[in-house]
Design a protein around this ligand. Structure first.
Ligand SMILES: [Zn+2]
Length: 401
């Protein structure tokens, strides 16, 4: 049975059909604040998918970019009185250490937008040359009237797109635009902002073109899977498609996978609302595997609200799994139940739209079946292997908390 995954563009769970080398691009962070649980939940989704693809014999080339110049990092650096690249370096180091603590393997590459400026300038020039972009007031905009498929990913109506673009920094009321939905490819820098020379005037890149450039540079024309949080579907990914396809004439990605948002205190966790739960704070009080399990107990497409009790449930599950795994090193252990049906359940759950909660239920059941006895001495070793598939290493003793 092939892996099946929900595809945002097709709005259905479809066979993913991975090639031997899976080219994957997941939008990374803007490094201006610490890693919160929403980031962790998103990147965990792809981490588990990659582990399962590798088990099936595929190689996965994950590229996760760093948006180190955009409309959010510059004001934050100004407010802190530091250079934006220093802020990016410091936050990237914290992000990497949080991700590593949660057991996430590093991506193959982490391109930074500021290092991709020559490629970005090249793409903007190509879009000007082929009539998909225009210059106005020192900036360059994408002309959405030249791309009728705009909206094919999000399936939003025009009114919805205008409203959501306004909420997400798209400035539909910018008077320099011909159409409210036209978006910035290159913008004139404010006097205290960084600027790069370009044939169409000095400035800095728009957010969406950064990812088109880094995707194309890393993976070529059509990648196998493009991911990110659901808040990136529009306008970010919709605009990436418009730019990339207007240049290459080919689809940007074969499959679009998005992970849902995490709420806290009744609202989506976001910087602007200030309702963030930081991974680094939880790591001070809990075993990283308990945090990982607590997050993975929610399906990646089901948005959820984080409660402190989530962590308790993650801890309890970790304790049960560790207790069963420990039987393997107990000389008096006679055996547990046959692990094969549980292993089948774990893999079947992962292969059906990455249903990690159902996979964890099967792991939990296997742990009980080991503790209740039987004649399968290999059962604890099988549990260790299956837990690795969701990125939980049961060979290390529990940390207090
Ligand atoms: Zn992106």
């Amino acid at each position: 049975m092939p892996i099946r995954l929900y595809d945002t563009a097709r709005r259905a769970i479809v066979p993913f059909e991975p090639p031997p080398l899976v080219r994957m691009y997941v939008c990374g962070i803007t490094p201006y604040d610490s890693t919160h649980l929403g980031h962790a939940a998103t990147y965990l989704t792809y981490d588990v998918l990659i582990r399962r693809l590798e088990e099936l014999g595929h190689e996965v080339a994950l590229v996760r970019n760093v948006t180190d110049v955009d409309d959010s990092i510059l004001p934050k650096a100004r407010q802190l009185g530091v250079n934006y690249l220093e802020l990016a370096d410091a936050e990237m180091a914290r992000f990497r250490s949080d991700m590593e603590a949660l057991g996430m393997r590093p991506p193959l590459s982490e391109p930074r937008a500021t290092e991709a400026v020559p490629q970005i300038v090249d793409l903007v020039q190509k879009l000007l040359d082929n009539g998909h972009a225009y210059r106005a007031d020192g900036s360059v905009y994408f002309d959405i009237s030249t791309f009728p498929a705009y909206g094919q990913l999000s399936h939003y109506s025009r009114d919805e797109m205008v409203r959501i673009a306004a909420e997400r920094g798209g400035r539909p009321d910018d008077p320099a635009k011909r159409d409210a939905l036209d978006f910035t490819l290159w913008q004139r820098s404010a006097p205290d902002e960084p600027a790069w020379d370009a044939p169409f005037g000095p400035g800095r890149p728009g957010w969406h073109i950064e990812c088109s450039a880094m995707c194309l540079a890393a993976h070529g024309r059509t990648l196998d899977l493009h991911g990110g949080g659901t808040d990136l579907i529009f306008p970010h990914h919709e605009s990436e498609i418009a730019q990339s396809t207007s240049i290459t004439g080919e689809p940007l990605a074969r499959h679009w996978m998005h992970s849902a948002m995490v709420a806290y205190d009744g609202e989506k966790m976001s910087k602007s609302l200030g309702n963030l739960v930081f991974v680094s704070d939880l790591l001070k009080v809990a075993d990283a595997r308990a945090i990982r399990l607590a997050l993975l107990r929610h399906h990646y497409r089901a948005g959820f609200e984080w409660f402190d009790t989530d962590l308790d449930e993650g801890r309890a599950l970790l304790r049960r799994l560790l207790a069963a795994a420990d039987c393997g090193s107990d000389p008096k252990f006679a055996g547990g139940a046959d692990p094969r049906p549980f292993a089948e359940r774990v893999r079947a759950a992962l292969d059906e739209d990455l249903d990690v909660p159902r996979a964890l239920d099967a792991l939990d059941d296997l742990a009980s079946a080991i503790l209740s006895g039987g004649d399968h001495r290999e059962a604890p070793a099988e549990l260790l292997e299956l837990a690795n598939l969701v990125g939980v290493d049961l060979t290390v003793a529990a940390r207090t908390g």
